[in-house]
Design a protein. Structure first.
Length: 114
């Protein structure tokens, strides 16, 4: 997990999660990571999500990742829009697998090949 402080004094954290892949006793490089961006409500609409995403993608590229996946509640239109505007394409839709606010929610996976 890495973090840095941006020019507004907000801490940007990035976390890349992967699964170890093995074949015949040899470890293969990690090429796919999961990306998540959470922002406090009072800093929405200032371009920080885009900055955070670009920072995470830069680190992922430097570490040899080929693809990033974002998992998003389909009702979160701001998050969905952020990822789509930055080149992520929806690659999966899981119907009613989330549960929040006393109701079932659809979850989408969005992918970007770096």
């Amino acid at each position: 997990m890495g973090s840095r402080v941006d020019q507004w004094g907000s801490k940007i954290k990035s976390e890349v999660i992967w699964e170890d892949l093995y074949n015949e006793g040899r470890e293969y490089p990690h090429i796919c990571g999961e990306v998540t961006v959470y922002l406090k409500p009072d800093i929405l609409g200032k371009g920080l999500g885009k900055q955070a995403l670009r920072f995470i993608e830069k680190i992922a590229k430097e570490q040899g990742f080929h693809t990033l996946i974002a998992t998003i509640c389909m009702e979160n239109t701001r998050s969905k829009s952020l990822f789509e505007r930055n080149g992520y394409e929806q690659c999966a839709l899981f119907k009613e697998i989330g549960y929040k606010f006393d109701r079932k929610l659809d979850i989408g996976s969005f992918q970007k090949i770096l």
